[in-house]
Each structure stands twice: as C-alpha cells, then as structure tokens.
Design a protein around this ligand. Structure first.
Ligand SMILES: [Zn+2]
Length: 243
C-alpha cells in the first residue's frame, strides 16, 4: 500500500521542521502538502451521493424532524474511511479536523441549502481534556470557515460519567444518550431556561464524526428541535454493518 516516495519533499519537511507523518488513511507515504490523505486514499474513499443521503434521511426522519441528513463517506469495517475517522478521534491527528470539515462543506453544498449556523455534538470536558480537542467541533469549525458561518458549541452539554455508547446495544444506546446530553446555554451565551424557544427561525446543522446507531444525533437533534430550530445533520462517516 506504499505510494511513491518523494525524497525532495522529505528533505524540505526536514529542513522546515514539519512533521512527516504517514497517510492516516492507509499508513503509506505522507500525503501531498496541504492534503489530509494520499491520492490512493482519495480514489478508494466511497463518497455518498444524493440517493444515499435520501436513505440516511429516511433512517432518521421517523425519529426526528430533519430537513436533510448527509455523510461524506460510508465507512465499512477495515475501510480507509474508518482509518481516517479513527485517526482523528483516537490517533491525535488534530489537523485532519478542519481539512475534513472543509471537504464535508464542499460535499454538502452541492446537495442542500446552507444552514444559518453549525452545532457540533458535544463531548465531555474530561474527554476533551484528555484528547486535547473535540473532533466534532473541529469538523464543524472547518465547515463554518468554508462557509463563513457561526458555530454554536455551547448550546448543548454532554455530562461526565456516561457509558461509552459504542459498547452498548441499540436500545441501551438510546437510553444512555437521553441521560448524557442536556441543554446548556442560549445562542446569546446565558444559561438556557426550560421550555425556552430561543432557536426559533434558525436552521442549524448538527455535526458529528461518525453515525452508528444514530442515538447521539437523535438525542442532540431533539434537544435543538424542542427549542424551535429547524434541523439538518451531517457526519463525516456513516458506519455500515453495525447494529
Ligand atoms: Zn493513503
């Protein structure tokens, strides 16, 4: 899976002190400067088209009123898409976030109208601290930069002490997600008061890295809809062959 070797680039990177890391999708030669993954990976990655998006929309629509649902890639077990989102989520490859966010924005703008703002799925303070970032927020910021739109990272909160949803069955995931996510602040930054419809008239795009069961998106989306928002969803990757 090794791509071509570029000794000149290695030398330039060495002189400039840039880190020379292997491609996060395939572990081969480092990507071209400024690209998140190598050419081989970009040829292998399976992007979602309009038909896929309609399928995703149907999956979430009976659980939640959504205007649109998009994912940049399908991610089967062992795929390069899986390797890429795991490199961002668990591998400390922070710079992937904004770059992949921009790719998500370019992908979505061909299929759906722009939202008014973006809301990343929150993570716990502890996890943000240990990881150094919230990957959903990096993706949302990459998209927002591309579109010059605001990001609202403080509308929702994820409580500490929740279980890892990936280890639970589908029904348990939903139950746990309901306990994990709560309303936090208003757009203006003050604490949210129960039943307030402060998001009325705003079309918000909820952003996460991976959709598996959809429990997280359903719960976070529901909290935003209750406050009056029109909701769309976009994730980096849709896991396949998962319960
Ligand atoms: Zn690659």
């Amino acid at each position: 899976m090794l791509g071509p070797f570029y000794p000149q680039r290695r030398l330039v990177d060495f002189v400039l002190g840039a880190s020379v890391q292997p491609c996060p999708g395939c572990g081969g030669e480092p990507p071209e400067r400024g690209r998140p993954y190598c050419l081989g990976c970009s040829l292998e990655l399976r992007g979602m088209d309009r038909v896929d998006a309609l399928g995703l929309e149907r999956e979430l629509a009976w659980r939640l009123p959504v205007a649109s649902v998009h994912a940049l890639w399908w991610a089967e077990a062992g795929s390069r898409a899986e390797a890429l989102y795991k490199a961002l989520k668990f591998g400390g490859r922070r710079t992937l976030g904004p770059a992949l966010g921009r790719a998500m924005a370019r992908h979505r703008e061909r299929m759906a109208p722009l939202p008014d703002g973006l809301v990343p799925v929150p993570t716990t303070i502890g996890r943000t601290w240990s990881r150094g970032y919230n990957q959903a927020r990096l993706l949302a910021e990459g998209m927002a930069t591309h579109w010059s739109l605001p990001v609202y990272p403080h509308l929702l909160q994820r409580l500490e002490g929740g279980l890892n949803l990936a280890r639970l069955g589908k029904a348990q995931r939903m139950e746990q997600a309901k306990r994990d996510f709560i309303q936090a602040n208003t757009v203006a930054g003050r604490p949210y008061r129960s039943e307030e419809r402060d998001l009325l008239g705003l079309h918000l795009l909820l952003v996460d890295d991976v959709m598996t069961s959809g429990a997280t998106l359903e719960q976070c989306g529901d909290l935003l809809v209750r406050r009056g928002a029109q909701l769309s969803v976009m994730v980096l990757a849709r896991r396949r062959n998962q319960i």
